[in-house]
Design a protein around this ligand. Structure first.
Ligand code: ADP
Ligand code: MG
Length: 224
């Protein structure tokens, strides 16, 4: 049996190894990226090769993977600050509204006026909500996509429901979605929901999902 100190030490070593590993990949990747840009500006005709776009897409994918990997590695470490929850949540939703308008997706919000002041890690909770909203907008039909974001007061704490009218998640997939690298998307990383879960649990909260294929999905997030 490991005691708490040993577990903490192992966790720290694991985080350190992952961040060192990401760093070691990021440096040569940056060189490859700028090298390719220089080749393209000196010899624009290379961009006519069919493979060029594939190379660029793969490069973007690996960059995205590294960014999400780094978020995943740090998601469990939180820095709590006293937060005016209502104002904070409304600001996050205003920041995604232009993207949803652009994608022609309807966003309905229901945030009560008198939400409590809560101790939250504002960067991580924002990341967590954006991951859930992004999954929702990637799942909904276009046109006709709808997402609703509603908050209910619990005593203590709050429950946030993020609902969409998207493709839904089968019961078999629901068992896998919080596992790192599980994805059904062509260029998904499968790290969005594992980050969500870590952030929620680091706040001593909980998350559950209700979904059925072709009937949409709702994620319930409880923060105490
Ligand atoms: P990614 O978005 O990179 O695939 P995530 O961890 O964010 O990784 O999500 C994992 C998988 O869970 C998705 O590929 C998708 O199959 C499923 N999923 C998550 N949210 C939704 C949603 N709102 N509607 C339908 N499927 C979803
Ligand atoms: Mg995602």
């Amino acid at each position: 049996m490991c005691n708490d100190n040993t577990v903490d030490k192992l966790k720290n070593e694991f985080h350190y190894t992952l961040s060192k590993f990401s760093h070691e990949i990021r440096n040569p990747l940056t060189l490859i990226s700028s090298g390719l840009q220089m080749i393209a500006s000196a010899h624009p005709e290379v961009q006519d090769y069919k493979q060029w776009d594939d190379i660029m897409d793969n490069l973007d994918y690996v960059k995205e993977l590294l960014n999400e990997f780094s978020t995943f590695n740090n998601a469990g470490r939180i820095n709590l600050t006293s937060t005016d929850t209502g104002t904070y949540l409304k600001t996050i939703l205003s920041s995604v509204k232009p993207t949803l308008d652009y994608l022609d997706i309807q966003l309905d919000t229901d945030i009560p006026d008198s939400l409590p002041i809560m101790m939250l890690d504002q960067i991580r909770i924002r990341q967590m909500l954006l991951n859930l909203l992004k999954n929702a907008w990637e799942a909904v039909p276009v046109p006709g996509g709808k997402i609703s974001f509603s908050v209910r007061l619990k005593n203590p704490g709050i429950c946030i429901d993020i609902r969409d009218n998207g493709c839904g998640i089968s019961p078999e997939q629901q068992a896998e979605i919080f596992q790192p690298f599980f994805t059904t998307k062509e260029s998904g990383t499968g790290l969005g929901l594992p980050v969500v879960k870590q952030v929620v649990e680091a706040h001593d909260g909980s998350i559950s999902v209700e979904s059925a294929p072709d009937h949409g999905t709702v994620f319930h997030i409880f923060l105490g």
